[in-house]
Design a protein around this ligand. Structure first.
Ligand code: SF4
Length: 376
């Protein structure tokens, strides 16, 4: 079968996905066209904002690809105060963003759990329950996930980074803190508690093949995730993985592969939320807009106070590090229009897939799972 036949047939197994990810020229355009049509049919033109607060770059882990890993002594560490975080939440609410993402390095401690729980409750109060909250705070125990859910978080993003356990070992230290099995358990726990559960991978890592990426997409499908955030791998000079930079695809090819991953995922999982990752913009100034056109429907404007943004450097050449949240918003308004999309202000923009998943598994109703919130 060729790409046209695969797209017409619609059955995407591993071999078909590899062919789509390898598509070039006219076949690549066919893939993007199909993904655009699928998005418009299932999701529509709306793009939803998640105001991103990267509130601390202090991390207890040591992932080999990450610029804020514990062992990187070159990183300038910061930790926003509760007031600064709540100010960012207020900004998101007053600017009608609908949702907030709280992200930080990974810490597991009773004090951290309590702090997040307190902040979640405060955010619900200051926004009169109107601001939806996504957490991206790594692996935690079931009890911690439950406490944060009860305090008001309703989405959780935990990226698997690669679904291949052998590659996972190459990208992480081989200790109990960086355990592939635990990551899977955490994802399952999040789903069971009732979070809209998201994951994601890096695209173009050293030693990763197109087959691995096809497996990543099938993993997302099989795991029945509700949302995905994935982007190109961008190397950071102060990380162990940097030594393998000669193994990498040229950066533009990584970018293109990331776009194709988004397009194939949109065809494979038509009703999930897909974020246009900031890493795309680090490579191409219009990277996120291109992703919106071919399948993504979520943007995460950075609302971390500008002076801290440069220090949350998971990778190098991160865009928009000098802008304050207000400037970022004005720039995005224009960019979204350029992508023929419309911003869903004052809406949570929850994953349609989540509600269908609940209905199909005969889970309790959404209200019973999370009585304090409603789908808007
Ligand atoms: S990827 Fe996440 S958990 Fe790993 S070192 Fe970076 S911030 Fe920490």
């Amino acid at each position: 079968m060729n790409v046209k036949e695969i797209l017409e047939n619609g059955k995407l197994g591993r071999n078909e996905i590899i062919m789509l990810l390898d598509a070039q020229g006219k076949e690549r355009q066919l893939l993007f066209k199909k993904a655009t049509e699928t998005k418009l049919k299932e999701i529509g033109q709306k793009v939803h904002f998640r105001g991103l607060v990267e509130f601390s770059n202090i991390c207890g882990k040591d992932c080999y690809y990450c610029g804020i890993r514990k062992s990187n002594r070159e990183a300038t560490r910061y930790n926003l105060s509760d007031d600064q975080i709540l100010d960012a939440a207020r900004f998101a609410h007053e600017n009608h963003y609908g949702s907030l993402v709280m992200q930080s390095g990974e810490l597991e401690s009773p004090a951290f759990t309590k702090r997040i729980e307190h902040l979640l409750k405060e955010i619900k109060v200051l926004s009169k329950g109107e601001l939806g909250v996504t957490l991206s705070l790594g692996e935690q125990t079931e009890d911690v996930y439950q406490r944060w859910f009860d305090a008001g978080a309703h989405r959780y993003l935990l990226r698997i980074e690669t679904s291949n356990p052998d590659l996972y070992k190459i990208y992480h230290p081989g200790d109990t803190l960086h355990d592939f099995a635990r990551r899977l358990t955490c994802l399952k726990t999040l789903q069971r508690i009732g979070y809209q559960t998201g994951t994601g991978v890096m695209i173009g890592l050293p030693f990763q093949t197109t087959g691995d990426l096809a497996d990543d997409l099938l993993f997302m499908k099989q795991f029945d995730v509700d949302m995905v955030g994935m982007g190109p791998y961008i190397e950071h000079q102060h990380t162990p993985l940097f030594q393998y930079r000669s193994e990498l695809l040229p950066i533009q090819e990584r970018f293109d592969l990331a776009l194709k991953m988004i397009a194939v995922l949109r065809i494979l999982m038509q009703d999930i939320n897909i974020a246009a990752a900031t890493a795309l913009q680090a490579i191409d100034p219009l990277g996120r807009e291109k992703a919106l056109k071919i399948g993504a429907n979520i943007i995460m404007p950075n609302i971390t106070p500008g002076k801290f943004r440069n220090d949350y450097a998971l990778y190098e050449n991160k865009p928009c590090v000098d802008e304050e949240p207000g400037e970022c918003k004005n720039c995005l308004d224009v960019r979204i229009q350029l992508a023929d999309s419309e911003i869903g202000y004052n809406e949570w923009g929850d994953s349609k897939h989540f509600f269908r998943r609940l209905a199909s598994t005969h889970s309790p109703s959404v209200d019973a799972i999370h009585p304090s919130q409603k789908y808007r």
